[in-house]
Ligand binder design. Structure first.
Ligand code: ARG
Length: 268
């Protein structure tokens, strides 16, 4: 039986959710969205995480920032230190101010905005004392060095090559202390080799599960909240002693995000 570790998460209510521009291949501004459906899917995710016993906090959404639901992009929080994002695209740049303000009111040992383009936990995932870092579409390679220096933790750079999986957290999920699952074809050959060497026992996702964003998952070490459509992954997780918890996030998926994108982990 795997053990749960109690987590703190930050989420952002999708009050202003919409797809009004396209900065990834999932976003089609001509396809209708429903703010109501999005809100009820978001609430279900919020209540699922809270129901698992985690402390879920919220940051106020701001009008004119329809992607603010994707709280994972707001910052990287490790050891009580906060590196706030610097977004690549102009449409999201102003989200950083909301996170600077929210973290500024909290009890963190240091809060600073990244100097280089850095899309927070979208591209930086903490696992077993080190940080896996994605680049290729969003976060700047120089941000990897900045993260290494700021947190004083080893950083492993990984190259993303498939535009559908433009953030690291769309292609790889941390399950436990030394345990991950990922979709190999989203990474360059070198990065695939680095992952295989570091995580020989990782769960490998197939394309069908990756394409419904099954890897955009949140784990507490035992319960893994992931897209209900990722049925293959759910079965693999069960085999490994995890408890998959299905979530329905078809509205946020229209903007290219699912469970993990909506959830930023706050590590004290
Ligand atoms: N529409 C958003 C963007 O393209 C989606 C962000 C998804 N977030 C994530 N952590 N992968 O920036």
């Amino acid at each position: 039986m795997r053990t749960v570790s109690s987590k703190r998460y930050l989420m952002c209510r999708p009050t202003y959710f919409d797809v009004t521009y396209s900065i990834n291949p999932w976003m089609d501004p001509n396809r209708p969205t429903s703010a109501d459906a999005c809100l009820s899917q978001w609430k279900e995710l919020h209540d699922t995480l809270a129901g698992l016993g985690h402390d879920v906090q919220v940051v106020e959404p701001r009008p004119g920032l329809p992607d603010m639901i994707f709280a994972a992009n707001g910052a990287i929080v490790v050891d009580g230190k906060v590196l706030v994002a610097r977004f690549r695209y102009e449409q999201r740049v102003d989200e950083a101010a909301a996170y600077l303000e929210w973290f500024g009111r909290g009890d963190w040992s240091e809060v600073r905005q990244a100097a280089y383009v850095n899309e927070g936990e979208g591209d930086f995932l903490y696992v077993g004392g080190e940080i896996l870092a994605g680049t290729g579409f969003r976060s700047d390679l120089r941000a990897h060095d900045e993260v290494r220096e700021f947190f004083g933790r080893p950083v492993v750079s990984l190259n993303l090559i498939d535009p559908r999986f433009y953030h690291l957290d769309t292609a790889l999920a941390v399950l436990g202390d030394r345990d991950i699952m990922y979709y190999p074809a989203a990474f360059s050959r070198d990065s695939q080799a680095a992952l295989a060497e570091r995580f020989p026992d990782a769960i490998l996702a197939d394309e069908a599960d990756a394409a419904v964003f099954g890897l955009n998952a949140v784990s507490d070490g035992r319960n893994v909240v992931l897209s209900r459509r990722a049925t293959g992954l759910a079965a693999k997780l069960k085999e490994r002693g995890y408890f998959p918890v299905g979530a329905d996030l078809t509205e946020p998926l229209k903007a290219g995000g699912s469970v993990k994108c909506c959830t930023l982990e706050l590590r004290g």
